[in-house]
Design a protein around this ligand. Structure first.
Ligand SMILES: Cc1cc2nc3c(=O)[nH]c(=O)nc-3n(C[C@H](O)[C@H](O)[C@H](O)COP(=O)(O)O)c2cc1C
Length: 215
């Protein structure tokens, strides 16, 4: 599976296998999440890896008793460090940048999981104060998502997204464009994957020829 497939074929997971997830794979997910860009390079995220069934039971109760939390071998609670961003960027840092940083890390984590053959679900519907209490999270840290991780047993249906051309404007809000690639007919995968592959091929050839020059 390549990056394009990991993004386009990913769906959230409804059921997990009982198979455990090795720590080294969780390590890769955390490492990649931590490589994400962040406002002021402050990395206003923190991760709490939960494997303990009792703690998971607490999270399950705090998150509308969503069974997937109990079933997943691992849950990663991603938190935003409000203080880190507010010290540099004040109110906007506290309420916006810290959440943006964490969301960006979560996305990277989720795509990485897909590349590793794992599946995830990003859960946001939980009682924040209960989650904070269960995990002893201090005031300045805000849990942003519970990410369930495991080997997929059942995926959700392939999502039907609103086409991005209906969500994209050029130069001004609500101004449409006739840029040709926006209005290609047929499945977008058939249009865009060959473009990506072509570019990757080109880059590979360039790399190989510069290797030869350097030798
Ligand atoms: C910010 C965010 C919050 C979400 N919160 C929940 C949640 O609380 N419970 C849940 O079951 N799924 C949650 N999801 C999963 C979405 O429902 C799911 O991603 C969406 O339906 C699209 O499906 P897909 O992930 O299979 O593409 C959340 C996803 C995101 C990005």
């Amino acid at each position: 599976m390549d990056f394009f497939d990991a993004v386009t074929q990913r769906t959230h997971i409804r059921r997990y296998e009982k198979t455990d997830v090795e720590d080294k794979l969780i390590g890769v997910m955390l490492y990649m999440a931590n490589q994400t860009e962040s406002a002021g390079d402050l990395q206003a995220w923190e991760f709490i890896v939960v494997r303990d069934n009792k703690v998971k039971e607490g999270l399950y109760n705090a998150a509308l008793r969503l069974n997937i939390i109990r079933e997943a071998p691992v849950c990663i609670v991603v938190c935003a460090d409000l203080k880190k961003q507010s010290l540099k960027y004040h109110e906007r840092g506290e309420y916006l940048y810290s959440i943006q940083d964490s969301a960006s890390a979560i996305t990277m984590m989720i795509v990485t999981a897909e590349l590793l053959g794992l599946g995830t679900n990003w859960i946001r519907a939980f009682d924040e104060s209960k989650v904070k209490e269960i995990l002893s999270i201090p005031d300045n840290i805000r849990p942003v998502g519970i990410i369930t991780v495991g080997y997929p047993l059942e995926r959700s249906r392939e999502p039907v997204r609103s086409p991005f051309e209906y969500l994209t404007w050029i130069d001004k809000y609500h101004k449409k464009s006739d840029i040709s690639y926006l209005y290609q007919t047929g499945p977008k995968e058939n249009v865009f994957k060959p473009i990506v592959n072509q570019i990757l091929d080109k880059l590979k050839k360039k790399e190989q020829s510069s290797d030869k020059v350097n030798k």
